[in-house]
Write a protein that binds this ligand. Structure first.
Ligand SMILES: C[S@@+](CC[C@H](N)C(=O)[O-])C[C@H]1O[C@@H](n2cnc3c(N)ncnc32)[C@H](O)[C@@H]1O
Length: 292
């Protein structure tokens, strides 16, 4: 499937590179939003960073969709062979919470990124570390920063996920002026973006996250960087200091390491399964078509 100019469409590339049933496949609603944001820039020499590589499908999609772009991926796990020695694709191994790893990705790209997509740990404080580090330092003015799958904040399997509970505000009660909802994890990170968005208007001081537009859609947030510079970003605390200082007591460093390793292992098992089951499933579908 190609568009009117004969270039492959984003949907076709997604269908081509992700195996059937791949649970890391980007939702069709995400693809529609990416299309409307990136379609007009397809032939620009963009730099795109994706945190979280898994099977490498998304890096291949971006590489083909943006034929002049430089694509960089970061992952804790080993790189999937299909992205090695590929034209315009680079891989940096390490954690999204590690400033040295993020710095290396920017070096490899050869300049600031136009688009940064976080589809890695889906743990609030790691998500926030990457955002705090990359957004002010390594995203161009007018650039786009995307946080995918923030709804994992409502999955108890995640270290900072909690079961969704309908907030207990009651607008029918006179004088109910406190609007309670989730304060922590992935959902907390997204909600916290409201303050920098209106900081200058409210106080006259610039935030270091200079946001011009925040678009929150189901499970995905698009954060556009202002053309005006923010104030200089504070240094990211050493990961250990951050761990010691944060208030989410249940999130021990050890628990997070195990979770990171668990996600990495799960993804690798899924890749193996995908390789084995892909052809079986295609044969089964062919048989079904032939039968009827
Ligand atoms: C949802 S998958 C990425 C899917 C990929 N973006 C795509 O669309 O094809 C999440 C990936 O994040 C990686 N990951 C988990 N924790 C991480 C961390 N702290 N830093 C970097 N990568 C991490 C996992 O190893 C896994 O490969």
């Amino acid at each position: 499937m190609a568009d009117s100019l004969g270039e492959p469409s984003l949907d076709a590339l997604v269908a081509h590179y992700y195996a059937l049933g791949d649970f890391t496949r980007k939702a069709s609603s995400y693809i529609a939003s990416y299309r409307s944001l990136l379609e007009g820039k397809r032939n620009e020499s963009l730099r795109l960073l994706e945190l979280g590589v898994s099977s490498g499908a998304s890096l291949l999609v971006w590489r083909d969709y943006l034929p002049r772009a430089t694509i960089v991926g970061i992952d804790l796990a080993d790189p999937p062979p299909r992205i090695l020695r590929q034209d315009r694709i680079h891989f940096v191994q390490g954690s999204q919470g590690d400033a040295a790893v993020l710095e290396r990705a920017a070096e490899v790209a050869g300049g600031p990124f136009d688009v940064i997509i976080d589809d890695a740990s889906h743990i609030g404080y790691l998500t926030k570390r990457s955002l705090q580090y990359l957004f002010p330092r390594h995203l161009v003015p007018g650039g786009l920063y995307v946080i995918e799958d923030f709804g994992t904040g409502f999955l108890p399997a995640y270290p900072d996920g909690t079961t969704f509970e309908e907030p207990d505000w009651n607008d029918a009660v006179e004088g109910s002026t406190i609007f309670r909802s989730s304060q922590h994890g992935m959902v907390g990170v997204v909600k916290q973006l409201v303050e920098p968005l209106v900081q200058e208007l409210s106080t006259g001081t610039k935030p270091y996250l200079a946001i011009s537009r925040l678009t929150i859609e189901t499970n995905i947030a698009f954060i556009e960087k202002s053309m005006q510079p923010g104030r200089p970003a504070p240094m990211l605390p050493e990961k250990a200091d951050w761990d010691a200082g944060r208030d989410a007591g249940a999130l021990t460093e050890d628990l997070l390491r195990r979770h990171e390793a668990r996600i990495g292992r799960l993804e690798q098992q899924m890749n193996t399964l995908r390789t084995v089951l892909g052809p079986v499933r295609r044969l089964w579908q062919l048989g079904r078509r032939l039968r009827g």
